[in-house]
Design a binder for this molecule. Structure first.
Ligand code: C2O
Length: 498
């Protein structure tokens, strides 16, 4: 009886709305409820590859308009460009709600950025005035020709006329001039080889180190965060090169849509690749965002597991499998987050010296060698052990974070190649705390080398600098002189076996 009554009331209120009478306080709420339900059932937004998206001048115009409108809003408006960017990082004080909350270096990296993009996209859509607009993604991962920064983001090279253009892209690749990101920067095969979403002690996993609480800048980066994520940031440089300013550059959002898409694809590889849904912290820790009406919203991992059913969006490549050479590796040697080893850690000092030394990384590769007297170095891996490489006392200038590739036992004279068995990982300084120890799980690499008998009586560790900025023949204009590469120092390298 009362059920009948309330249904009649609802119907009555709705008919008020259609008659244009909005005087009753509860009417707008109910009508919005119905509208949202209707949308939820009918609209799944498709995030398109920007190279397809930009074939439509209307879509590019809507994207430009949305960015332009957001940029015109004041910084204390949660739906403004500045407020959204400051949520990622800012030096502005006082900090407003949710500013400086991006999550790097932990297993919250993927879910946090998914939520961030989701609400940003809703704000952008509303600002653009186009109810069909979805955020495109920049697929620098699969098609070589698409490693060039998409044209709408660099032409016209005018920040007033083109809201997608940013002059401060001054990293080692001249992206505004049309130079393509090198294959080594965007490679994701080594990240996809990982079958574990997280790792409990280092970042060596697809998604980062397990922690119980979010970390704004922690050192447990997963493989995909190191490469391609960090590498793309640093190669573009300028605003993108620093987490504090990165989200001010419009290309940030397309870069992250691609990272979010790669997360989907990684899951689709199967082979035990799953989200950590058993982890209550990952599932339930909440983060704050703002919707298009400036309302603060809380969200947690369990709400972003399935983009199509929970967040109303999907990518335009739902079924294609990855064409990056994932299958060529041996997944059986992949480390697992559950792996536990002998309880006493053993340690080798690489290039042990009684005096305090500081190593400085520069353009020429630096190789350190463990003493061959060290028993551990002769047989670094025993069954079921976890081998970790630690670079201690790392310091760098935040202005210009860079990264170094790390190789184990790279033969003399060999050209360093991240697809070779000597490649151990990347020392990636983007968003790393400015002083600290950087750890990398190298179990796979040493077990591989041991199997090939390439782990003799000693271990060498080689640091290789990224390629220098290559000037592009068709550059549009010089934005500002290339900054010198920041200096990176560290106090030593150790390898521990556990
Ligand atoms: Cu939160 Cu690509 O950075």
């Amino acid at each position: 009886m009362s059920h009948e009554l309330s249904r009649r009331q609802v119907l009555k209120l709705v008919s008020y709305v259609s008659a244009g009478t909005a005087a009753v306080g509860s009417v707008p709420l109910i009508s919005r409820f119905f509208t949202d339900r209707a949308n939820a059932q009918t609209t799944t937004f498709v995030r398109e590859n920007i190279y397809a998206f930009m074939q439509s001048p209307q879509k590019v115009a809507a994207l430009r308009r949305g960015v332009q409108v957001m940029k015109s809003r004041s910084a204390n408006n949660p739906t403004s460009w500045a407020y959204q960017a400051n949520m990622h990082g800012t030096t502005t004080r006082p900090l407003l709600t949710a500013w400086n909350t991006c999550d790097h270096g932990t297993f919250f990296f993927f879910p946090w950025h998914r939520m961030y993009l989701y609400f940003f996209e809703r704000i952008l859509r509303q600002a653009s005035g186009d109810p069909t607009l979805a955020l495109p993604y920049w697929n620098y991962s699969d098609v070589e020709a698409q490693r060039v920064l998409p044209e709408p983001f660099r032409i016209p090279a005018d920040e007033v006329a083109n809201s997608l253009y940013e002059s401060d892209r001054t990293g080692n690749i001249n992206v505004n001039g049309g130079a393509a990101l090198p294959a080594t920067i965007v490679a994701y095969a080594s990240a996809f080889r990982r079958t574990n979403f997280f790792h409990t002690t280092t970042g060596s996993s697809f998604g980062g180190r397990r922690v119980s609480q979010t970390g704004h800048a922690s050192s447990g980066k997963g493989e995909l965060e190191r490469r391609p994520h960090d590498q793309v940031h640093v190669s573009i440089g300028g605003l993108m090169g620093n987490p504090v300013t990165a989200a001010q550059d419009p290309i940030f959002w397309l870069h992250h849509a691609n990272i979010d898409r790669l997360w989907e694809r990684w899951l689709r590889q199967g082979g035990g690749r799953v989200n950590p849904t058993d982890d209550l912290d990952w599932m339930n820790d909440t983060f704050t965002f703002f919707d298009e009406n400036s309302n603060a919203v809380q969200m947690s991992g369990r709400q972003v597991l399935d983009t199509a059913t929970q967040l109303n969006y999907m990518y335009d490549d739902p079924l294609s499998a990855s064409n990056n050479s994932v299958a060529s590796s041996s997944p059986s040697t992949d480390i697992n987050s559950q792996r536990t080893g002998a309880s006493t850690p053993q340690e080798i000092s690489i290039s042990a010296s009684e005096q305090q030394v500081t190593f400085v990384l520069g353009d020429t590769p630096l190789t350190l060698t463990a003493s061959s007297q060290d028993l551990l170095a002769r047989r670094v891996l025993v069954e079921n052990s976890i081998v970790t490489l630690n670079v201690t006392g790392v310091e760098y200038e935040q202005e210009n974070p860079t990264s170094y590739d790390i190789y184990i036992n790279l033969p003399q004279g060999a050209t360093p190649n991240p697809n070779s068995p000597y490649y151990a990982g990347i020392l990636s300084l983007f968003s790393l705390p400015q002083k600290g120890t950087f750890s990398l799980d190298i179990t796979d690499v040493v077990s591989d080398l041991q199997k090939r008998n390439q782990l003799g009586g000693s271990i060498t560790v080689t640091f290789v600098a990224p390629p220098k900025r290559v000037p592009s023949p068709n550059r549009i204009r010089q934005t500002r002189p290339t900054q010198p590469r920041g200096v990176v120092r560290f106090s030593g390298v150790t390898i521990t076996r556990q």
